[in-house]
Design a protein around this ligand. Structure first.
Ligand code: SAM
Length: 286
């Protein structure tokens, strides 16, 4: 089951990343539209603002060795490497993404006359090929929802973190269920999202927090940023109707077309309070 899931994720990103980059750019994550979700801004700027808001929220002012877990085509890795003058390593399940991220690092270096110290490889976040305590910032934007074992994912992120280093994660969640379990309708809605976006399942933010509390992390904080990011799906849905996107979709194959046709599942999920955008940070004990 797990290897099938990994293959599906790999194929999904192998097939769709080129189109995503052409239409939406190098960041494959939500944008930040102000705490109330009311700020109007350029889509790419909103995505950069999400990165900056996360750094600010987690009080990260400096980093030297960064790991970007589930790096896509290296949008965050390159941004962070340049911002902090740091070394960044990105991992993804998709060879197409790893190659494209490597190519982007080279192009970026030529355009900016200093090569960012960023490298990319295909590796599994649940069994990372890095020694304990290798990084002072472990960063994961919207990859946790793909992980078949959420506890192992957080354990691995914490293992490779240096003592005193910071873990920051943003991930798709479902609503907390302590007051009311998920209804059958909600479970069906989630199942549709899982199928289309290659997710094994998602959990609630309090469940992530509980997992984090069992790890050698202190100053654990969580927040629900659903209101701030939900407008992103309106923007993505609008842009999916431009001719470049339509031609690209037809070329990318069925999984990508299906994902595009299902964008409304996410929009509705936010509207109904079922889908939540959870953020979590913590510092490893020294
Ligand atoms: C939605 S993309 C996010 C990309 C990037 N973080 C960004 O914000 O632009 C999800 C990423 O998670 C990666 N991913 C999913 N499961 C993974 C796993 N088990 N190990 C490593 N990467 C994984 C995918 O390959 C993909 O690069």
């Amino acid at each position: 089951m797990t290897s099938t899931l990994y293959q599906q994720i790999q194929q999904f990103y192998d097939a769709s990343s080129d189109l995503w980059e052409k239409v939406w750019g190098e960041h494959m994550h939500h944008g930040y539209y102000g705490a109330e979700g009311t700020e109007r801004k350029d889509r790419r700027q909103a995505q950069i603002d999400l990165i900056e808001e996360l750094l600010h929220w987690a009080e990260v002012q400096q980093a030297e060795q960064i790991l970007d877990v589930g790096c896509g085509i290296g949008g965050s890795s390159l941004y962070l490497a340049q911002k902090f003058g740091a070394t960044a390593i990105g991992i993804t399940l998709s060879p197409v993404q790893a190659n494209r991220a490597t190519e982007r690092a080279t192009t970026f270096g030529m355009a900016n006359s200093t090569l960012p110290n960023a490298s990319f490889q295909v590796a599994n976040a649940l069994a990372m090929p890095f020694a304990d305590g290798s990084f002072d910032l472990v960063w994961s934007l919207e990859s946790g929802e793909h992980m078949p074992d959420k506890a192992q994912f957080l354990q691995e992120c914490c293992r490779v973190l240096k003592p005193g280093g910071t873990f920051i994660m943003a991930t798709w969640c479902h609503r907390p269920t302590h007051l009311q379990p998920l209804t059958e309708d909600e479970q069906r809605h989630l199942a549709d999202i899982y199928r289309v976006y290659c997710l094994p399942y998602v959990i609630s933010l309090p469940e992530y927090e509980q997992i984090a509390k069992d790890l050698p992390l202190k100053n654990i904080r969580t927040a629900d940023w659903s209101t701030a990011v939900a407008p992103f799906w309106d923007v993505v849905i609008d842009s999916a109707f431009n001719p470049l996107a339509i031609v690209g979709l037809l070329r990318s194959g069925w999984t990508t077309i299906q994902a595009a046709l299902s964008l409304n599942l996410m929009r509705r999920g936010y509207q109904q309070g079922l889908i939540r955008f959870g953020v979590l940070c913590g510092r490893k004990y020294e």
